[in-house]
Design a binder for this molecule. Structure first.
Ligand code: ATP
Length: 352
């Protein structure tokens, strides 16, 4: 059993507030992802749990134990760093086995556990190599193996997949997901990659400038974003965000008109629509929200991304893989009112 709790935790570096009055409880066995852009305070938050940074104020608990003053080695957490932090003079085997050695695990079990985790991360043929004889991806897998070779109370993972190539990354992501299911250890996972967050997390905390913008399941974060920031950060390609004005229940920007916006009274608004929720149709269709010439067409394999120019910006929609439109050809666009979002341009909060 291990839950992790932050109570009013603030971390300052000089006058700079990296983490501001942070409150969060990570439940026992939960896989919680801290997601946000570079510099938003994710790593600092995690390092405070590891004991590598000290909170300026506030308390951190693992279960009922306040750990602010507990030395890192007594916190029983295992951390995987983005930078691997391997011992250069030790072989793969000894790097992986290090946490067992300092806990004086008997030789038989030591050997058995190393072979088992090495197999899992596909390093079993490289046990005698030194880190400098490995690729970046292999080193990262050694770091991962070293963390999972024993079962700590909490796993802390800081972008553990960031240096892998696309194929290995997908493979290791699935492996991590499986491991979590098998090991059932509370995990805090830091990433700026929203696909990783969406696929791995039980819950995601989206961070921005040292605070949590939204906490929820991947589905909630995707389909019910509460702020402009969260809306723009989740989804690939990103949600279209179009600034405009609302008058008489109609949102307008350049040639775009979208009705059904009468239930709130903001003048300046940002309309949000995901590429998958915008439909492309004929320019002659009387029911469209916009008619514009095609700016670009990109076939991704499973579908086609079509961009159109709207008042100097591009909006992108996802069309069928057989979409046959050409650049400069005018097309009609329909935005499903029940799938769109509207944000107050001042507060950046969602109003519809
Ligand atoms: P990244 O994804 O780039 O690692 P992050 O969200 O993990 O970003 P942090 O590493 O937590 O961000 O850093 C948060 C902010 O605190 C950044 O603006 C960073 O420059 C600042 N910061 C972090 N460590 C220190 C330090 N030791 N001294 C001064 N400022 C720091």
């Amino acid at each position: 059993m291990a839950s992790v709790r932050f109570e009013n935790v603030t971390k300052k570096f000089g006058d700079f507030v990296a983490v501001a009055n942070f409150n969060l409880e990570i439940k026992d066995k939960e896989f919680l992802v801290l997601l946000g852009p570079s510099g938003c305070g994710k790593t600092t938050t995690m390092r405070m749990v590891a004991g590598l940074e000290e909170p300026t104020s506030g308390d951190i608990y693992i279960d009922a134990d306040r750990i602010n003053d507990v030395l890192p080695k007594y916190r029983d957490v295992a951390m995987v760093f983005q930078s691997y932090a391997l011992y250069p003079h030790l072989t793969v085997e000894d790097n992986i086995g290090y946490p067992l050695k300092i806990r004086k695990v008997p030789p038989d079990e030591y050997k058995r556990r190393i072979v088992e985790v090495a197999r899992r991360v596909e390093l079993d043929t490289m046990l005698k190599r030194l880190p400098k004889e490995l690729s970046g991806g292999q080193r990262q897998r050694v770091a991962l193996a070293r963390a999972i070779v024993r079962t700590p109370r909490v796993f802390l993972m800081d972008e553990p997949l960031s240096n892998l190539d696309a194929k290995l990354r997908t493979q290791m992501r699935a492996e991590l997901k499986h491991l979590q299911h098998e090991l059932q250890v509370t995990t805090i996972y830091v990433t700026h990659d929203q696909i990783e967050a969406m696929t791995l997390a039980h819950r995601v905390a989206v961070m921005n400038r040292g605070v949590i913008e939204q906490l929820g399941t991947p589905r909630e974060i995707y389909s019910d974003p509460r702020t402009l920031f969260v809306a723009g950060f989740i989804g690939s390609p990103a949600m279209n965000l179009v600034s405009g004005e609302v008058r008489g229940g109609v949102f307008a920007r350049a040639g775009l008109r979208v009705g059904g916006a009468g239930r709130f009274d903001v003048r300046r608004a940002v309309l949000g629509a995901r590429p998958e929720d915008i439909q492309v149709t004929s320019a002659e269709d009387p029911d469209v929200n916009l008619v514009a010439p095609i700016y670009s067409v990109e076939l991704t394999g499973e579908n086609t991304l079509v961009s159109l120019q709207l008042g100097g910006e591009l909006i992108t929609l996802r069309a069928d893989k057989n979409f046959a439109g050409q650049i400069d050809q005018p097309v009609g666009v329909k935005i499903a009112t029940d799938r769109m979002f509207l944000f107050d341009a001042e507060t950046e909060r969602r109003v519809y």
